[in-house]
Design a protein around this ligand. Sequence first.
Ligand code: PXP
Length: 253
Amino acid sequence: MASHLRLGVNIDHVATIRNARGGRHPDPVRAAMLAIEAGADGITAHLREDRRHISDDDIARLKSGIAKPLNLEMAATAEMVEIAVRTRPHAACLVPERRAERTTEGGLDAAGQRNELGPRIAALRAANIRVSLFIAADPKQIETAAALGSPVIEIHTGAWCHALFDGDKTAAESEWRRICDGVTFARSLGLEVHAGHGLDFASAEIIAALPEIAELNIGHFLVGEAVFTGFAASIKMMRAAMDRGRAKAAGSA
Ligand code: PXP
């Protein structure tokens, strides 16, 4: 039987809405608790260098207030490593960050930043934090993640999701092939594989059928969908979509 596919709910954009008015509402910690009640297996939050959504105080409150694992997304900087080592989240996902970008637009260039990443990964691991690298499904990046001692990778699904959304069949097929090959290669190196970025109900159901994937991290779509159905309902519908996809994996195994 295919293993349980974990859902990590990213609550960054609850903080985006809060920060639009500079007050305290809506509180991302309340959203995290609701997400857990609705079936999230963990909570993901990205503390960006410019603090545009999640704040240091949010991270501290998430760490002490939630009953499920906290996955801290962060740039691989000395400041963020210091915060992670002090806060001790369950996991840290290293992501690229460019100030001008609207969101995390591409994967981390692990191969190009080997020398800088090595000590950061070692420091996080020494603090007992499970490290993952957010990378494209590119063999060179995957190989580097394994060589640097990162036990987990998260495959960036943004290009595939964009192609699906745009109805660009050729691009969607080639991105999907890249993801499938990347997952197989990463598993052959002993890496745990996660995926995320831009996923909605349809794409999550498709990717859930890859039995080697252990976790999906999903945020923007769930918060957007909450406007129409409520946050708990959007998470339950996502859980159901993932379960349908995973059932296909079990059926074909
Ligand atoms: N995984 C990682 C590493 C991310 O940086 C993001 C975006 O913050 C996500 C998953 C979630 O992407 P989305 O908000 O598009 O679902």
